[in-house]
Design a binder for this molecule. Structure first.
Ligand code: 4AD
Ligand code: MG
Length: 466
């Protein structure tokens, strides 16, 4: 039986059997057992006089045990139930001199090196359970709202973002140029986004979403970038940018509400952890809200909606703090915003999530719909405190002539994307969508500070261990 089920109390007084891993063993008597089903350990009290020496000797941190006994109300502090063990079987021992996850605080950096074992710590188990709950909430939200999931290809021939940060897929010697002897007979790569294919499906199924891995060979060694990350991309026919902003806001609020309601134990633990971590920072850099407070704030307040042009005006008239200027000064309309600018807007100026929209065409992808001013496109980014860009999306250019014009100007291969322009030839219509980086959502929800700690096996430059 799962330890989580036992904590419900239903089985009080009954004989039960549990299996899990030893977190601690005290006084030759008290085993704290964890099976991953919930944060709390189950205390198992062994009668050392009845338990063979060899068994006692093998009850070490990390060992896998099967314990049978009676579930009783606990006498000790801190736990409601415990097992009075009748029998303890060691399923798999764990040499205490070699097992790296000892019952003490390990640094996150150390645990990254032990990524195959770090899920046996409270922090990582809590993060990964919340991650799983968020994933479920994503599917639940879209299914409830009439969206169909589409599985877009992972190997593609197109560069959806036109940014060229792709991993090549080939069966040839890597030094060889792709020709008809290569597996696909053409250049292929791991997808950077399922958007373009999702658009084709939205123009037939109406409301669709993807939720899959995406790959970017950008050399950004930051706490918010991965080379392999999971992206959620809804795409909706007949939606314009305002509808798209409404969808993004409603979606984020819904999934956060789901975890607030369903992951109380883990979030309370992560809230305490977050408070401890924040307390180590200089006063000025601390989050003004606790983790749970921050999550509730997002679910209860409207996101600010601000155009790029308004944001530039705000930034031009702002100083990030008393003395300093921005490292990248905002000297002209049209510059791309750096994370310091985004953070200033979100954390200092508005102190809430912000949706920036109508960006200069020059700094955005070819598929975004041109505004009548001829210089801005119907793009939107949703910015969050601490995390920066959580969502990037847009209304798509549905007019064939304008799309082709932009593709030419931006050197996008028209022949490769013949099917994409076809959509504008047959039954074209206004449509819009966005991409949400799943790990950034997990990062925000759990209050962790490095994206490497919210995915089981992070892939980053020079790191693909495990
Ligand atoms: O803004 P991006 O590049 O947008 C797209 O890919 C569009 N095709 C989405 C669409 O309209 N369907 O990426 C979307 C989101 C970002 O806002 C960010 O949250 C996340 O994906 N993201 C990353 N997350 C982790 N590591 C990286 N290297 C990321 N790059 C983007
Ligand atoms: Mg973006």
């Amino acid at each position: 039986m799962d330890i989580r089920q036992l904590f419900s109390g239903e089985h009080k007084g009954q004989k039960v059997t549990v299996r899990g891993w030893v977190r601690t063993f005290r006084a030759n008597r008290f085993i704290a057992l964890n099976d991953g089903s919930c944060l709390a350990n189950l205390q198992c009290v062994v009668d050392f006089e009845q338990t063979p020496e060899e068994v006692l000797a093998e009850i070490n941190t990390g060992a896998a045990l099967e314990i049978s006994g009676t579930l009783v109300e606990s006498q000790g502090k801190g736990q409601q139930f415990e097992i009075q063990a009748d029998s303890v079987t060691v399923l798999g021992g764990s040499n205490p001199d070699e097992y790296p996850i000892q019952p003490k605080k390990h640094s996150l950096e150390f645990l990254r090196e032990k990524a195959h074992l770090r899920v046996r710590t409270n922090t990582f188990a809590a993060v990964m359970r919340v991650r799983a709950a968020l994933s479920f909430a994503v599917h639940q939200y879209f299914t409830k709202n009439g969206f169909y999931q589409v599985h877009t290809p992972i190997i593609t021939g197109s560069d959806a973002e036109g940014a060229g940060e792709m991993f090549r897929v080939t069966t040839l010697d890597p030094s060889q140029k792709t020709d008809e002897t290569d597996f696909f007979g053409k250049e292929t790569n791991l997808t950077v986004s399922g958007q373009l294919e999702a658009e084709t499906y939205a123009m037939g199924l109406g409301k669709v979403y993807t939720f899959g891995p995406t790959f970017r060979a950008e050399n950004s060694n930051t706490s918010r970038h991965l080379a392999e990350f999971w992206m959620i991309e809804p795409e909706v026919a007949f939606n314009d940018l305002d509808d798209n902003m409404d969808l993004a806001e409603d979606f984020i609020k819904a999934v956060l509400t789901y975890v607030l309601e369903n992951c109380e134990e883990d979030l309370t633990f992560l809230d305490q952890r977050f408070a401890q971590e924040e307390a180590k920072k200089p006063q000025l850099e601390r989050s003004p809200m606790g983790l749970l407070e921050r999550l509730r704030f997002v679910t209860q307040n409207e996101f600010m909606r601000v155009s790029y042009t308004e944001a530039i005006d705000i930034l031009r008239n702002s100083k990030p703090n008393k003395k300093k200027k921005f490292k990248y000064p905002i000297d002209a309309w049209g510059v791309d915003l750096q994370s310091e600018h985004e953070r200033y807007l979100v954390e200092k100026h508005f102190t809430s999530p912000v949706i920036l929209f109508d960006y200069p065409a020059e700094i955005k992808a070819f598929y975004m719909r041109m505004n009548d001013d001829g210089k801005t496109v119907r793009a939107m980014d949703v910015l969050f405190p601490g995390v920066g860009e959580m969502v990037g999306g847009s209304q798509r250019e549905e007019r064939l002539d304008k799309l082709v014009e932009r593709m030419r100007a931006m050197d996008i291969d028209e022949e490769e994307l013949w099917w994409y322009t076809d959509l504008r030839r047959f039954g074209t219509a206004v449509h819009a969508g966005f991409g949400l980086g799943f790990e950034r959502l997990v990062l925000y929800t759990t209050g962790m500070s490095n994206i490497r700690d919210v995915i089981p096996y992070p892939r980053t430059p020079l790191n693909a261990a495990f």
